[in-house]
Design a protein around this ligand. Structure first.
Ligand code: UDP
Length: 237
């Protein structure tokens, strides 16, 4: 086991992984593959919280660069995360995993509003809770939303599934001699401005003593592998 005493984890997936090999949007086949991974985490006996980004559909900052008002763009980005959450919910329920989506922006016809105590109850009953709409506030990211929910739900770790297999001393896509850290401190990530998660998310995890496990979600079976301590990752703690 990578984190032996863990009972509850929060898994954060960036929106981009939902598009699989497509250039945009949601690839249901790939979402189905991710749902299997999430199920494996749950089947290992953990309580699982899920946060999915929205970058495969919309990012406020990208809209702002083209003249859209930033806050409007950010709300659009938050709505994108709700679409992703629904896609993941559908894929999980198809393979028999009970889930609830809770949105930071109430939209009662679509999903539940975020209510911490209710989320707690769902987890106790063995359901996976997908937290949508980030923090509900513009100028934040879903990484910060993930760190916030991980703190509120008293998660033992935040697993960040992304397209690289950890934190490197320099960009591994540009430098062949880049070296991956096995572990690294929150402070080092912040002082060196390493692109793991945004600073607000890293600070929140530091304050609440929540280790961040950065790993690649691109390889099939990696969630289970990382949880079993047999994977490749960087732990920020
Ligand atoms: N967003 C926001 N507040 C939040 C979370 C997200 O305004 O608390 C918006 C923001 O515009 C962001 C977009 O939603 O760019 C999608 O989220 P993010 O970029 O974090 O997605 P990811 O990179 O994980 O796919």
């Amino acid at each position: 086991m990578l984190l032996p005493d863990s009972k509850r984890i929060l898994l954060k997936l960036s929106g981009e992984v939902l598009m699989g090999n497509e250039g945009f949007g949601i690839d249901p086949e790939y979402v189905a593959r991710l749902a299997e991974e999430v199920k494996q985490a749950k089947d290992s006996g953990l309580e699982v919280c899920l946060v999915i980004g929205g970058g495969n559909i919309f990012r406020g900052i990208a809209g702002a660069a083209k003249g859209l008002e930033r806050t409007t763009g950010d709300y659009m980005g938050m709505l994108a995360t709700v679409m992703n959450a629904l896609a993941m919910q559908s894929a999980l329920e198809k393979i028999g995993v009970a889930t609830r989506v809770q949105s930071a922006i109430p939209m009662n016809a679509v999903c539940e509003p975020y209510i911490r105590r209710r989320a707690e109850r769902h987890l106790e009953k063995g359901r996976i809770v997908i937290f949508a709409a980030g923090t509900g506030n513009p100028f934040f990211t879903t990484d910060t939303g993930a760190a916030l929910r991980a703190a509120e739900m008293k998660c033992d770790a935040l697993l960040k599934g992304t397209s690289v297999d950890g934190v490197y001393n320099k960009d591994p896509k540009r430098f062949d001699d880049a070296e991956r850290h096995e572990t690294i401190t929150y402070s080092k990530v912040l002082s060196d401005n390493l692109k793991v998660m945004d600073a607000a998310a890293v600070s929140l995890c530091r304050e609440n003593d929540i280790p961040i496990v950065v790993f690649s979600i691109r390889e099939k079976g990696n969630v289970a592998r990382v949880l079993a301590g047999e994977g490749v990752q960087t732990i920020v703690r």
